[in-house]
Write a new protein. Structure first.
Ligand code: PGA
Length: 262
């Protein structure tokens, strides 16, 4: 079944934060409020070490679980890596792929991103594929070029059916963890470019339904104006997802914005 952008999609990427007890505490607070979140798709993306424990807490809940990365092989002598079947086994439905921190510190490239996307799809894990420009690239007006290249190379070889199972996250690198957010207009300009490309390459029916998230210093007070934009279907939240209150507020603001634009 194709994934669609009918609901606001709010994902919390916890990065390398929270031990198991802290993770359990946070997700338990979110679970208590889940009724108020039923009009959104809400995903928590904790460190690998907490996945299993969180899955147990989420049993019967509408909140979803995702992983922050994966390796493309199913098993083998790859010390330190985690495979898509392992993530499925731990209860994940989503996996972030090609986050700019992975590209910057761990050598992920468009080529490896492409392999990871295919490996995720082969296990029915929904890839959340991150793309976005650096400050230097924005200042030299290379934003669209960069995003276009990342899309072309990252999604190479994917068919329409595949694309109906992929989520894109536009995350300008200069906005991640800096407190600088793209303005709604800046973000929408890139999102609508991405939408056009997807419609061009995969047809209107598929392209118009792809979830395109914005990420980069999303906070409760900027979520509404971002998600009011036509092609911004949700948020990939870092820092503000580490506290239940701020993450819940972001989800509620997303729901409000979505209601008003549809
Ligand atoms: P941030 O991170 O919300 O802390 O800027 C976003 C991300 O890296 O996904």
């Amino acid at each position: 079944m194709a994934i669609t952008n009918e609901k606001a999609f709010i994902a919390g990427n916890w990065k390398m934060h929270k031990n198991i007890d802290e993770a359990v505490e946070l997700v338990s607070s979110l679970k208590q409020a889940e009724e108020e979140l039923s009009e959104a798709v809400v995903v928590v993306i904790p460190p690998f070490t907490a996945l299993r424990q969180i899955k147990k807490i989420l049993e019967g809940s509408s909140l979803k679980l995702g992983a922050q990365n994966l390796f493309w092989e199913e098993k083998g002598a790859f010390t330190g890596e985690i495979s898509p079947p392992m993530l499925k086994d731990a209860g994940c439905e989503y996996a972030v792929i090609g986050h700019s921190e992975r590209r910057q510190y761990f050598g992920d490239t468009d080529k490896t991103v492409n392999k990871k996307i295919k490996a995720a799809l082969a296990q029915a894990l929904v890839p959340i594929v991150c793309i976005g420009e650096s400050l230097e690239e924005r200042e030299s007006e290379q934003t669209i070029n960069k995003v276009e290249t990342q899309l072309r190379a990252g999604l190479e070889g994917l068919g329409e059916e595949d694309m109906s199972q992929v989520i894109i996250a536009y995350e300008p690198i200069w906005a991640i963890g800096t407190g600088l957010t793209a303005t709604p207009a800046q973000a929408e300009e890139v999102h609508s470019f991405i939408r056009d490309k997807l419609e061009e390459n995969y047809g209107n029916e598929i392209g118009s339904c792809v979830i395109i998230l914005y990420g980069g210093s999303v906070k409760p007070d900027n979520t509404y104006s971002l998600l009011k934009e036509k092609n911004i279907n949700g948020a990939l939240v870092g820092g503000a997802s580490l506290e239940a209150d701020s993450f819940l507020q972001i989800a509620k603001q997303g729901i409000k914005a979505y209601k008003e634009k549809t």
